[in-house]
Design a protein around this ligand. Sequence first.
Ligand code: DC
Length: 223
Amino acid sequence: MIVAIDGPAGAGKSTVTRKLAERLGFMFLDTGAMYRAVTLVALENEIPLDDDRQLADIAKTIELHFEGDTVFIDGQDRSEEIRLPEVTRKIKSVADAVAVREHLVALQRRIASTGDFVCEGRDQGTVAFPQAECKIFLTASKRFRAIRRALQLKEVGKDVTVEEVISDINVRDYNDENRPVGRLMKADDAIEVNTDNKSVEDVVAELERIVQDRIASSSNAPA
Ligand code: DC
């Protein structure tokens, strides 16, 4: 079974979806990590970020694999580097490159064909897994997303104002909602869940109920 979870940055997706996968006994696929990995390798090799062909070559040739939260690129643990602010700043060109997306979506489908998965990203319910049995679109108001992000940054010693974070969020939303392929949008058959004012535990419980209902209704469906 595939549970596809999409939504904007800062809606709480990654924490919640990891915990949901654990509860369900499913595996977890962080597709943002894939775009981050290609961006990191492009930056390290000084590949021009407007060269879609070379970016696609990277997506095609790097060996990406995941063990829990650890992301391996060509056999090396690069989990920390892919989250560097420089990678986040430069990821737009990689996520916009149609040929990169084709390779990464194909890889996502190969990985997810190996078992039950919760897949998290921007285009999981729309492009990667339009037939997913369960689709969730996780949202939150801009203010809540910014507060969450500012608290995360504070934990790693970076003091930023909520207003500064909101302006970053506006740029990321614009980029995510306006890419040529795979843009962030709710699939018609996705259930929207707003995470404002809810604890991680509450959101995980709500999502688990949605998935369990879906499992129950598909096992009751006439053959
Ligand atoms: O989920 P994240 O913040 O780690 O994702 C990083 C970027 O990767 C995000 O700004 C957009 C892109 N992305 C994408 O285009 N498609 C996905 N399925 C996942 C992420």
